[in-house]
Design a protein around this ligand. Structure first.
Ligand code: MG
Length: 222
């Protein structure tokens, strides 16, 4: 399977093909230097693109999700999907669909599922990551927790990707945009062009203080 074959597959998820293709490209670059991690595996769409890149590089993708669906995917909410309802429990369970996607695409030896809450999975994490994708819950608390828990594990030259960035509040929730701008304001990342709502930041090498960081230091040190 290659990118072209993958892009013809109708996978369940909330990401434009253009964005998913960019995930693949960035992961191809990143995965040579270490494993990738995504937060918000859902039904496996982004894991398919990231996973394909990791497989091609002999790397690994950690896919983190509690698989209970986010707040807007619960019964009665806007993005509720009956296919993801577990009739036994009456609760959302996206893990069976996620596993099916990974199995169908033969990515079982590349994608490592972590079924847990983000902050719990991060507690004893020590492995440097070449790429982190934040695409989990969209409340400020959820996005901030993901950023706070994982950004420090990104190795120099690695990538921080944030999905669902809307600069117009009428188009969507503002938490991912806030975190994106907080990360930028830290001066620790270089900004790469956005692809639709996918923000792409690259962790700067430790040598060389960025202009942004220098400017912030100047303002804070007055
Ligand atoms: Mg998303």
């Amino acid at each position: 399977m290659n990118l072209e074959e993958l892009s013809k597959r109708a996978l369940k998820g909330f990401m434009a093909v253009e964005e998913a293709t960019r995930l693949y490209e960035v992961a191809r670059e990143a995965a040579r230097h270490g494993p990738c991690l995504e937060i918000g595996g859902y039904c496996g769409l982004s894991a398919a693109y990231l996973g394909l890149a990791c497989r091609e590089r002999g790397s690994v993708l950690f896919s983190l999700d509690h698989h209970e669906g986010s707040e807007e995917q619960q019964p009665g909410a806007e993005y509720f999907d009956e296919e993801l309802l577990d009739p036994q429990t009456g609760r959302i369970d996206t893990f069976p669909m996620f596993r099916k996607t990974i199995r169908d695409l033969n990515l079982e030896n590349t994608v490592v599922s972590i079924v847990a809450r983000s902050a719990v999975a991060a507690r004893f994490w020590r492995t440097p990551l070449s790429l982190v994708l934040i695409d989990g819950g969209h409340s400020f608390e959820a996005v901030f927790t993901d950023y706070n828990s994982w950004a420090a594990h990104i190795q120099p030259g690695g990538f921080l990707l944030i999905h669902d960035i809307f600069f117009d509040a009428a188009q969507g929730g503002q938490a991912p945009r806030c975190i994106y701008q907080m990360a930028l304001a830290s001066g620790l990342y270089a900004e790469l062009p956005l692809v639709r709502t996918l923000g792409i930041l690259q962790r700067l090498p430790p040598e060389g203080v960025s202009d942004l960081a220098r400017e912030r230091w100047r303002r804070l040190s007055v």
